[in-house]
Design a protein around this ligand. Structure first.
Ligand code: MV4
Length: 456
């Protein structure tokens, strides 16, 4: 049994993990950088260890320091949260080598899914639909162009080591191809130290729909429905909801089965997410798999009443998954708005600094996952998320109206936030009619001046 866990993360997810541990009767150890001495996760954990100076590369990204902290405090397991070392296969191996459980998938699964071209091949082998494209890495520009002509323009060039849209280029015709191919390679080389790319048919205005899965160490895999994450800006998700207003019951069942089949085919253990693009005709294509708990996991928890972080811990301790697919019922609708210290009217520029006054909303159907409080200072070294507002209810309409109400009572003074932006979207007729594709934010900003937000 796991008795004590080190949380290799910060911010709201560190708190989220402390909460799951408390309910399971497990002791917690927080690690923190010098910039995070005042953080709530340090206050709320049973013990804490400083692991270095503010920059992530000298603290939260240092496997050696984290494992030393784990050894000193004698923990049984490490929970990596999201970001930082959560999808670092080497770190997972180092934990196991130090006889500390890594709360996540086996290193082999992390490595496999971390390579996008290999993930694609694995999907094809499991008869999971993928976007038409290359079978693996492309070695030369002429080979790439030949393939682009075969699958038909527009095409998208992607970095094998990619993620977050880096090293990605959309190409509309053969004339532009050479330039974009070189640009994608150079960008990938710079960002990941790996310039290899592959080519796919470009799906225009898709929806981003992802399935949550849980797999135990005994071969059982279930899914917990989908999340619609189409509302993004520059590959940063801003608003997510579950279930997707776009999926039919039939499509949901089909995609869920597909997600489980792919996870089973690699013997996947713990919590994971399979991302799909869905086109306007309801064709779906596997994109990539995230082998960690995600920021937006809470909306799945609220529609299924399954505590995903608790299950991550129970699975890592070797327990059999006591959930059956047929008992996973979705009876509610949930929406999440990520609230960032960013100024939407200044191109979403980050605004770190001191929060002079903080008051979080509450009431029926509202969940706040945040590490902030009055007097807390947001360090400039990490992401700018202040917290997540999750609202839920018996219909999408109720969840949207509740979100509008909750955002109206959220007080964050001292820094600019995305609260007014998210609030305006809750009243936007296009969003309310569930018409959001991945181009939505750009389109919304183009037709809605900031002065109009408060009057929507
Ligand atoms: C695509 C695509 C269209 N066609 N692939 C963006 C990040 C990475 N996870 C995959 N991405 C895309 N891949 C094909 N073949 C469009 C995107 C895309 C996107 C996907 C999900 C959410 C927002 C997006 C915004 C721009 C592009």
């Amino acid at each position: 049994m796991i008795k004590k866990i080190l949380i290799a993360n910060r911010g709201e997810i560190a708190l989220r993990i402390v909460r799951a541990c408390r309910e399971l009767g497990i002791k917690t150890v927080a690690v923190y950088s010098q910039a995070d001495e005042q953080s709530l996760h340090v206050q709320l954990a049973d013990e804490s260890v400083c692991i270095g100076p503010a920059p992530s590369k000298d603290s939260y990204l240092r496997p050696d320091r984290i494992i030393s902290a784990a050894e000193i405090t004698n923990v049984d397991a490490i929970h990596p949260g999201y970001g930082f070392l959560s999808e670092n296969a080497r770190f997972a191996e180092q934990c196991e080598a130090a006889n500390i459980k890594f709360i996540g998938p086996r290193a082999e699964s992390i490595r496999l899914m971390g390579d996008k071209a290999q993930a694609r091949r694995t999907a094809i082998a499991a008869k999971v639909p993928v976007v038409p494209g290359s079978d693996g890495v492309i070695e030369s520009e002429s080979e790439a162009l030949k393939l682009a002509k075969k699958i038909g323009f527009p095409v998208i060039i992607k970095a094998t080591a990619g993620g977050g849209g880096k090293g990605m280029r959309v190409v509309y015709n053969a004339v532009a191809f050479a330039r974009e191919y070189d640009a994608a390679r150079a960008e990938a080389e710079k960002a990941f130290g790996n310039g290899s790319v592959y080519v796919e048919k470009y799906i225009e205005e898709p929806r981003h729909i992802e399935f949550q899965i849980l797999g135990d160490q005994h071969g059982k895999v279930i899914h917990l429905g989908e999340r619609d994450c189409s509302i993004q800006r520059r590959h940063q998700k801003l608003i997510e909801e579950a279930p997707s207003p776009f999926l039919t019951k039939k499509l949901r069942e089909q995609m869920g089965k597909t997600a489980v089949r792919l996870a089973e085919s690699i013997g996947f253990q713990n919590a994971g997410t399979l991302e799909f693009l869905v086109d306007k005709n309801g064709n779906y294509y596997f994109m990539e798999m995230n082998t960690r708990i995600q920021v937006e996991h809470a909306i799945t928890e609220e529609i299924t009443d399954v505590d995903l972080v608790k299950y991550q811990i129970l699975i890592a301790s070797g327990q059999h998954l006591d959930l059956e697919q047929k008992n996973i019922q979705i009876t509610r609708h949930a929406i999440e708005c990520r609230i960032n210290a960013e100024d939407p009217s200044r191109n979403f520029a980050p605004c770190p600094g001191a929060i002079s006054l903080y008051y979080a909303p509450g009431g029926h159907g509202v969940r706040i996952d945040s590490h902030c409080y009055s007097g807390y200072s947001i360090p400039p070294n990490y992401d700018s998320m202040i917290g997540k507002v999750i609202t839920y209810g018996r219909s999408r309409e109720v969840a949207m109206d509740r979100m509008y109400r909750a955002l109206s009572e959220y007080i964050v003074r001292g820094v600019a936030t995305t609260i007014p932006f998210s609030r305006a979207i809750m009243r936007d007729p296009v969003f309310r009619a569930s018409g959001a594709t991945t181009r939505y934010v750009e389109e919304f900003m183009g037709r809605t001046p900031k002065e109009a937000w408060a009057t929507l």
